[in-house]
Design a protein around this ligand. Sequence first.
Ligand code: GTP
Ligand code: MG
Length: 482
Amino acid sequence: MVDRERAGQGQGDELTSATLRGDTIVAIATAPGRSAVAIVRLSGPQAEAIAARVGVSVARCAPRVATRTRLHACDDPAVPLDDALVTHFPAPHSYTGETVIEFATHGGSIVPTAVCAALVHAGARQALPGEFTERAVLAGKLDLLRAEAVADLIDARSTATHRAALTQLDGALSRALDALRTAVIELDALLAYDIDFPEEDGGPVPRARITTACDALVERLEALLATVPAAVLGRDGVTVVLAGAPNVGKSSLLNALVGELRVIVSDVPGTTRDAVEVLLDHEPWPLRLVDTAGLRETQDPLERLGIEVSERYVASAHVVVVCGETPAALAAAATEIRGRSAAPMIGALTKRDIVTNSYDIANAGSHLAHFAHIVPVSAHTGDGRSALLAAITAVMRAQLEERTGVLNTNTPLLTRARHQSAITTARDELLAFRTAWADGALPAPVAASHVRAAAHALEELVGAVDIEDVLAKVFSSFCVGK
Ligand SMILES: Nc1nc2c(ncn2[C@@H]2O[C@H](COP(=O)(O)OP(=O)(O)OP(=O)(O)O)[C@@H](O)[C@H]2O)c(=O)[nH]1
Ligand SMILES: [Mg+2]
């Protein structure tokens, strides 16, 4: 990813998308590396003239139809670059609303880079991160919330975030905010009416009507804010920490859960020194599995550091999977972990393929009561993997959903700090109005300014006002070519 500010360095502070908006921009839209096909995108008023210099005849390309084209170096048909599929999207019927030409070139590192360089030579400018989508927003093709959903869709690492981003891209949050904004403006209009006709006894609008309208709005904003904890868990995952004594098979279990070799395993106790996090797609929330250093007394300063990291992870876990080869080992580890964390614990009785001693939970003593579930597992055979995941799901449903609410990816969710802060501002402004209005502490026109501030916060959120300020912030985290 190219940093927008760094992209501007050495070329003067004025290199921003706002000042360079009339430029024709180009970028490789696909990820670098070996692939069958790569996409190079060109967008702007000069797109057709620039493309012509590398061999594209727009007259030969029917709009929105992929046309096989031999591309060559800028103004030099003797230097071939690729046999590509070129699609012409005449303005305004394109992603950006400008004329766009998309080149589906052969993949790999050389071809798309050479085509991109030829287009720059022909007069295009390398796009800044998110600049195509920014232009789409400015052309009214997308609002800011849907543009953020595009980034969320690209960054999605789990089914939950994928679905939530699609719902957002479909406009669920935009529609909810539009409705809220309309309601706030209606409240403002009621107030304006009241202020304009003060001579009428008690005002022309019953005070209770205004109070009720304000309360209803606050309630709707609160309902949106209540989606934040579940949305955060949906994005970041539920933290599931694997903990226990050294050599009991924590790292092996993590590898078995994710289905690939992600962490080093060895028969030397104290192998894992640093916590390793892996995101595992799971329902209803993704799991952020954390392998940790085995807990024990040690004189080795390096191992001691690793154990301190483990302890911190245990303290912040949503769920701890305590690993041990025997019920007694589980109980000992659980007692130690309970002193550091109130999170629900699941016992994983490890190495069941070789540890043959039977265990009897009913007679294992009250110390095993620490565990919500005890699951025998073998990282080597995979036995118990599904049962362990089912136990984690059961614990999440029982304990986490109560605290955070259910993650419903089909409804509007506040997925970003920007959303949360704007909605909080709108809510607080309405509450300030409510107080001032109820006790008559402020003159009506002054109280009404709180309602206008609430409307402004919502307008800024959808990008209806102060767009320039918000654009740079929103698009700085995008990839180049989107
Ligand atoms: N037979 C068998 N061996 C296992 C199993 N799980 C782990 N082991 C072995 O146990 C040893 C320790 O495994 P690790 O996964 O490194 O254990 P750990 O708990 O991460 O150890 P530390 O990082 O040292 O705390 C290795 O030799 C593994 O091959 C299992 O399910 N079955
Ligand atoms: Mg380990």
